[in-house]
Design a binder for this molecule. Structure first.
Ligand code: SAM
Ligand code: SF4
Length: 402
């Protein structure tokens, strides 16, 4: 039914432009925000620095030392938001420090940011605080500080434990060191330790992959994200292996890890006990406060992207009242939830969004007949085959909506 596999939801979500209403000013939104909106929100903090550039990655980052004022700018940005009653009334369920590499920041800067968040915002009782990190930047003194400040979830970018694979990816340190650091984190008692795994990279064998899976299982990680290598522009690694290998490796991961007690939480995430509230809230259409240079998010229908350029970002913090964004049509939230359902491994519940219901029924019949989905009560759940093709299915179905 499909030939070309989309590997990420970013490409599946590119068509958000059709929901744009026009420019809007953040201050107007914050002053008017309807405080009856009780859906828990999330916070995303972007730290666009890395100490080494990986050969496969073109994420919003640069190879530089963090600016010495970066932590202070974020704290100021937090206080700016916190000065609005409407934001004080919001309840946050998850904070995600992403990047780049958040742990390139100085320990005391990280502490300061976490404390400012807790001082200025209200959180749910079991709010999730995630730090995305690499093995080499996550030092023992930072781990101790994160424990003191109540961080409860780590997403560690291991990618592979295989030394030759690590060399191709330009990762710092050996697979052994990565393994030991994860073990240290687990033993420290944090609620959730998760890692990123890249598979289908050049010359990786099924045996190499199985070794990686064995290590994840033996570490009893709460979960792991599994990314088939994407050939991105401006990256240095050789091309990923082809579709056949991609598919074989995906099924190996799915089947092996289900036998070891993991299940799919998302198209690219398997978990044992990781609830990953940040992403789950977002799939249900939660607002996300964007903090830091290059962070994106949306509040009450105003979509925002902070400038990635540090000087422009600093100005946008100093002149917070003038911050602008794009007002989105209310239907945008429906489309986020629609795609969120697919990311969670289900066909979207909201079938009223299809332009032509009969055309949808025809696709649904095919998906059922070819075993991409199975009916489960009132829901249609993606099978392993459906999960493998999930982002492609998402794009096809989204194209059929109004
Ligand atoms: C935004 S990156 C940041 C992670 C963190 N800085 C690190 O190095 O581990 C998040 C994850 O995206 C995945 N990723 C980045 N580029 C990729 C690519 N070209 N193909 C597949 N996965 C990729 C990697 O697994 C990476 O850990
Ligand atoms: S994978 Fe992480 S450490 Fe490597 S370049 Fe990308 S953001 Fe930086």
């Amino acid at each position: 039914m499909f030939n070309s596999r989309l590997k990420t939801h970013h490409s599946a979500m590119a068509e958000g432009a059709k929901y744009l209403k026009g420019p809007g000013v953040l201050m107007d939104v914050l002053e008017q925000k309807n405080s009856t909106n009780r859906q828990p929100a999330t916070i995303y903090i972007h730290v666009p620095f890395c100490s080494k550039i990986c050969s496969f990655c073109n994420m919003r980052r640069s190879l530089q030392e963090p600016h010495s004022n970066y932590g202070d700018w974020i704290v100021e940005e937090i206080r700016n938001y916190g000065s609005y009653t409407s934001v004080k009334e919001m309840v946050f369920d998850a904070v995600y420090f992403g990047g780049g590499t958040p742990t390139t920041l100085d320990k005391e800067d990280l502490r300061k940011i976490i404390r400012a968040l807790k001082e200025c915002f209200r959180f749910t009782e079991n709010a999730e605080f995630t730090i995305e990190t690499t093995v080499s930047e996550l030092t023992e003194d930072k781990i101790a500080m994160f424990w003191e400040e109540g961080v409860n979830r780590f997403s560690v970018g291991v990618q592979t434990f295989h030394d030759e694979g690590r060399r191709q990816m330009n990762r710092i340190g050996s697979g052994r060191q990565a393994f030991e650091k994860l073990r240290y984190l687990k033993n420290a008692g944090f609620a959730t330790v998760s890692m990123d795994l890249i598979y289908n990279y050049p010359n990786q064998t099924v045996g190499d992959l199985m070794e990686d899976l064995k290590k994840i299982t033996s570490l009893e990680l709460g979960g792991f994200s599994m990314y088939s290598l994407i050939n991105m522009k401006e990256t240095k690694i050789d091309e990923a292996q082809g579709l056949k290998n991609d598919e074989e490796m995906f099924f190996r991961i799915a089947e092996t890890m289900e036998r070891s007690g993991y299940r799919f939480l998302e198209l690219t995430k398997m978990v044992r006990d990781d609830t990953y509230k940040y992403i789950m809230n977002r799939h249900y259409g939660a607002d996300t406060l964007p903090l830091g240079a290059g962070a994106g998010g949306s509040i009450c229908g105003l979509a925002m992207m902070n400038p990635i350029d540090l000087r422009e970002y600093q100005t946008s913090v100093a002149e917070f009242g003038n911050r602008k964004g794009m007002q989105m049509h209310p239907a945008y939230k429906d489309s986020v939830i629609f795609k969120g359902d697919l990311q969670r491994g289900y066909l979207p519940r909201n079938t009223a969004l299809y332009k032509d219901y009969e055309a949808y029924q025809a696709i649904l019949s095919k998906l059922l007949a070819e075993h991409y989905v199975v009916k489960e009560g009132e829901e249609y759940r993606l099978t392993h085959k459906g999960i493998f093709w999930g982002n492609t299915i998402s794009r096809e179905l989204a194209a059929m909506t109004q």
